[in-house]
Design a protein around this ligand. Structure first.
Ligand code: PLP
Length: 397
């Protein structure tokens, strides 16, 4: 038989997409399943953004654009960085891509040679390990369990970054934990990074979904780190635009050029219409974001109170994104009927089969003690879901 690529054969499909597909299948079969696996907001794309896209279609803005992105969108991104993050970039330092996912993939391929290390923490976003595999680099993971609030310490970072480390990936606010590092904490990690010789990729896709009046802070804002930090951001989460597929990277023009060359041969420019819509998103009115964050914060408060009442679940209150990542290892070793719970996969299968609720197992985020619950759904669904969670867990003994 003809062989396939050994490299790509080692890459695993996305666990979150797999759970979503399973829940959809069960629903189609008539089961009353509630899904808490969404990695996207449940709000529509704001009307002004949709109108910008419709206008672009009507104006026949339907051809290839410059690979790097349309100049007016690049200018809007530069202005956003200046106004919101106090960071100055020029147009050679920005690359618009098909989602922040492509931005990250472009950058890792542009930076990492086979055998070089990429350092990041667990819990991590599902795609980091698989992307690193595709570069033939080596993932070196810093463990940050619930007992340390899912945050790494400067000491851990210091020990983990060696001469063989090429890139450190940092993600705050975090998917899957919703944890937001404070400015002080980021500055302390920054002190360590100043002494090290590696690139930093700062994944800031959840920058604007942040609660309790906390202000986002970027590693690139630390003097001395800007030169080797590449920021990744996009419109997916902040503007409810996951399907439009627009992300961007900002940093060293030599790296951006490599990433752009790669993109020019893989996908070329991001969708022309989505770029026009993203221009309106970034440069237009921003009030719908704060309205959305207020709704998320209210749901978060209610949800944390309800989960907090369930015995044996441990979690820090999320200050960003729209997930609660809770440690449920207190239920491992228990069973119900044919369901023996040994890990996060077993618990998710049990909850789906017996409780009719779809959660994502923590092993796909590098912490097998935990489950991820997305609160990008209605309050009534959340209340019913937590009730089902509570009643199902009671059955285990
Ligand atoms: C932490 C993190 N980074 C990057 C992405 C990619 O976002 P997109 O490709 O939709 O812009 C996601 C999406 O789920 C994410 O959670």
């Amino acid at each position: 038989m003809l062989s396939k690529s050994e490299l790509i054969s080692r890459v695993e499909g996305s666990a979150t997409l797999a759970i979503n597909a399973l829940v959809k299948k069960l629903k189609a079969e008539g089961k009353d399943v509630l899904s808490f696996s969404a990695g996207e907001t449940d709000f529509p794309t704001p009307a002004n953004i949709k109108k910008a896209a419709i206008d672009a279609i009507n104006a026949n803005f339907t051809r290839y654009t410059p690979n790097q992105g349309i100049p007016e969108l690049i200018d809007a991104i530069i202005k956003k960085f200046k106004d919101e993050n106090n960071l100055v970039f020029n147009s050679k330092e920005i690359l618009v891509s098909n989602g922040a996912k492509q931005s990250l993939y472009n950058l890792l391929l542009a930076l990492v040679n086979p055998g070089e290390e990429v350092v990041y923490q667990s819990p991590y976003w599902v795609s980091y390990p698989e992307m690193v595999k595709m570069t033939q680099g080596i993932s070196k993971i810093i463990s940050a369990p619930v007992s340390q609030g899912y945050k790494i310490t400067p000491e851990q970072l210091d020990e983990s970054i060696t001469e063989n480390t090429k890139v450190f990936i940092f993600n705050s606010p975090s998917n899957p934990t919703g944890v937001v590092y404070t400015q002080d904490e980021i500055e302390m990690l920054g002190e360590v990074l100043k002494r090290k010789n590696c690139y930093i990729i700062s994944d800031e896709i959840y920058e604007k979904i942040i609660f309790d009046g906390v202000k986002h802070f970027s590693l690139a804002q630390i003097p001395g780190l800007r030169e080797r930090t590449i920021i990744v951001n996009g419109v997916s989460k902040a503007y409810s635009m996951t399907g439009w597929r627009i992300g961007y990277a900002a940093g060293d023009p030599k790296i951006i050029e490599l990433a752009a060359n790669l993109q020019s041969h893989s996908t070329s420019n991001a969708c022309s219409i989505s770029q026009k819509a993203s221009l309106e998103a970034i440069a237009g009115p921003q009030n719908e974001i704060s309205d959305m964050c207020n709704v998320f914060q209210k749901r978060r408060d209610n949800l944390c109170r309800l989960i907090g009442d369930i015995p044996g679940l441990k979690f820090p209150v999320p200050q960003g994104a729209f997930y609660v990542f809770f440690d449920a290892s207190g239920y491992f070793g228990k069973s119900y009927q044919e369901y023996a719970i040994k890990n996060s996969q077993d618990l998710c299968k049990f909850l789906l089969a017996i409780g009719n609720i779809g959660l994502v197992p923590g092993d796909s985020f590098g912490d097998d003690n935990c489950l991820r619950l997305s609160f990008a759904c209605s309050e009534s669904q959340l209340e019913e879901g937590i009730n089902r969670l509570k009643e199902s867990l009671k059955l285990l003994n």
